[in-house]
Write a protein of this length. Structure first.
Length: 147
């Protein structure tokens, strides 16, 4: 007899495996801190490169459009402002990335926990179904000894 609960449970498990399963299992292999660091590393590099490009465009604007004299510019002030800009940019994006990474990690853990509960539920349903079936007895009166 077909058990509808078993079909629903197996369908949920299959959908999870198809959509999120492999990515969640890969993420769960990391400790939380390592997962967040790995996720943020690319973001930090991209933001750093983006910040440097923004500063390069700003410096070009100052030198070319405003026609500032390169020798008379106070490079120390520009350098300090540029470093503060890059540090602030990296800190802000790191903070947002850490919050997002932590959220994603806990969602992965929650989905895996639900998956494991569904697996246990399926095992219980199979055990119940197996208990209701009677195993056929194999007593045909033939006992084969190979001696």
């Amino acid at each position: 007899m077909i058990n509808p609960q078993k079909i629903v449970t197996m369908t949920k498990l299959a959908l999870y495996d198809k959509h999120e399963g492999s990515a969640d299992r890969a993420a769960s292999e990391y400790f939380r801190h390592d997962y967040i660091y790995k996720k943020n590393l690319g973001t930090r590099l991209a933001v750093g490169i983006g910040g440097i490009l923004i500063l390069a465009i700003y410096w070009l604007r100052v030198v070319v459009i405003e026609e500032a004299d390169i020798l008379e510019l106070n490079w120390q002030v520009y350098l300090i402002q540029s470093i503060l800009f890059l540090v602030a940019l990296l800190v802000i994006y790191s903070l947002f990335g850490t919050i997002q990474g932590t959220r994603e990690y806990f969602l992965v853990q929650k989905r895996l926990e639900r998956y494991n509960l569904l697996v246990k539920r399926l095992e219980r349903l199979e055990q119940r179904q197996g208990a209701h079936r009677k195993e056929p007895e194999h007593s045909h009166g033939t006992n084969i000894n190979h001696t």
